[in-house]
Design a protein around this ligand. Structure first.
Ligand code: PMP
Length: 355
C-alpha cells in the first residue's frame, strides 16, 4: 500500500477511481464509454449540470455567481483574468506570496500595469504579508489563498473596495469559504476537485457585465457562461471524475467535515515537526498551510537517506519542490489520517535511528 502525499495531481478516493474505471468501460449501462460519448448528449449534460450543482451546494455559491469549467489549467487563468479585467489605464493590485502568485503577476504584465501591494520574497515567501492597503483605484485585487510550494495559507484577506480575485487551486473544497467575499475564484482541479484537465471558475455575474475589453472567444468568460461551459468540447472525463469526487465529499459531510479532518491531519504533522530534533518547519507558524506542509532537516546530508527510509514504508510524493528543497507533504482531502500517522511514526523511527 502506498501513502500518497503528492502535491498534485494527487490522491483521489479509491471509490472514485473504481467508479471512474467502471464508466470508462460502460457509462451508466448505456453500452458506451464515458470517453466515447458526445458532450452534446443528454447523458453528459446531466453530468455537467450535476457537477455545477455540487459545486454550488458544497461551497454555498450565491445565485448571482456563475460556475464555469474551463481548460488550460490555473496558469491560463493568470492571463485570462487580466485580459478580461485589467482595463486600459488601470493598474491591478497583486499580493506576492510565492511562486504561483509571481507567475500570475508576470502574465498580467502582458496586458497592463501591476501594483504589487506587498511581497514576502524577502524571506523566501515563508510568511504572508499583512498591513498593506489595496488601492481603491485598482482594477482588481489578486491573491493566492494557498501557496502550494512554500506551504503558507491565507484564511482571510483585507477589506477591499475593488473586485477580489483568488487563486484557490490548492485549498478549494478543503474548508468552508464565503464566496460573497470574492468576485472571481479559480482553481485547477487536480488537488481536491478531481483529475487534471479542468479549471473551476466561480464568478460574480456583475463582474462579467463590467468587461469592456475585446477578448478572443476562448478567453472570454461571458462566452463560457452563455454556453454552459460548452462553447467548445469541454474536458468531459475530468468533469465526470470531479462529479464523482464531489459526490464523495458531499456524502462524507461536505467541506465542514473535511475541514475538521484537515485540521487534525495538519496538526498531527506540525506537532511532530516541532517536536522531532531532526526536522524544522519552513513556514511561519502563524501562516502554516493545512494542505502543503514544508520542512527540512537540520542536517541536509540526511535528507536523501530519510526519503529512502520513508519510501520503504510506502510513503511517496514528499520530496520538496526542486527550487525549495527539503520536503513538502501534501495532505489533500482524500488522504486519510492513517497515512499521516504512518509518516509521523517514520519520522520518529528515523530520529531514534540517528540519535
Ligand atoms: N496556482 C497554484 C496555487 C498551484 O498550486 C498551481 C499548480 N498546481 C497552479 C496555480 C498552476 O496550475 P496548472 O498547472 O493547473 O496550470
Amino acid at each position: 500500500m502506498k501513502h500518497n502525499f503528492g502535491a498534485g495531481p494527487c490522491i483521489l478516493p479509491a471509490i472514485v477511481l473504481d467508479q471512474a474505471a467502471d464508466a470508462v468501460r460502460d457509462f451508466n449501462g448505456i453500452g458506451l464509454s464515458i470517453l466515447e460519448i458526445s458532450h452534446r448528449t443528454p447523458e453528459f449534460e446531466a453530468v455537467i449540470n450535476e457537477t455545477q450543482g455540487l459545486v454550488r451546494e458544497l461551497l454555498n455559491v450565491p445565485a448571482d455567481y456563475s460556475i464555469l469549467f474551463l481548460q488550460g489549467g490555473a496558469s491560463t487563468q493568470f492571463s485570462m483574468l487580466a485580459m478580461n479585467f485589467l482595463h486600459q489605464g488601470k493598474k491591478a493590485a497583486y499580493l506576492d506570496t510565492g511562486f504561483f502568485s509571481l507567475k500570475a503577476i508576470k502574465e498580467a504584465l502582458f496586458f497592463g500595469e501591476v501594483d504589487i501591494v506587498a511581497s514576502s520574497k524577502d524571506k523566501n515567501y515563508y510568511y504572508v504579508p499583512v498591513g498593506y492597503q489595496i488601492p481603491a483605484t485598482a482594477a482588481y485585487f489578486h491573491y493566492c489563498s494557498n501557496n502550494t510550494i512554500e506551504g503558507t495559507e491565507m484564511f482571510s484577506h483585507p477589506a477591499s473596495s475593488v473586485p477580489v480575485i483568488c487563486d484557490m487551486s490548492s485549498d478549494i473544497f478543503s474548508r468552508p469559504i464565503q464566496v460573497a467575499d470574492f468576485d472571481l475564484i479559480y482553481a485547477g482541479a487536480q488537488k481536491n476537485m478531481g483529475p487534471a484537465g479542468m479549471t473551476l471558475v466561480v464568478v460574480k455575474n456583475n463582474l462579467l457585465e463590467k468587461i469592456t475589453a475585446e477578448v478572443a472567444s476562448m478567453s472570454d468568460y461571458r462566452i463560457f457562461r452563455d454556453n454552459n461551459s460548452m462553447f467548445n468540447t469541454p474536458p468531459v472525463f475530468s468533469i465526470y471524475v470531479a462529479m464523482l469526487n464531489l459526490r464523495w465529499l458531499k456524502e462524507k459531510g461536505g467541506v465542514t467535515q473535511q475541514e475538521v479532518e484537515n485540521i487534525a491531519k495538519s496538526d498531527l504533522l506540525y506537532t511532530e515537526i516541532d517536536r522531532n530534533t531532526l526536522f524544522y518547519g519552513l513556514a511561519d507558524p502563524k501562516d502554516r498551510s493545512r494542505m502543503n506542509v514544508t520542512f527540512k532537516m537540520h542536517d541536509p546530508g540526511l535528507e536523501a537517506e530519510f526519503l529512502d527510509f520513508a519510501s520503504q514504508k510506502g510513503i511517496v510524493g514528499i520530496k520538496g519542490y526542486p527550487s525549495a528543497g527539503g520536503f513538502r507533504v501534501s495532505l489533500y482531502n482524500a488522504l486519510p489520517i492513517s497515512s499521516v500517522e504512518v509518516l509521523v511514526k517514520c519520522m520518529q523511527d528515523f530520529e531514534a535511528k540517528n540519535l
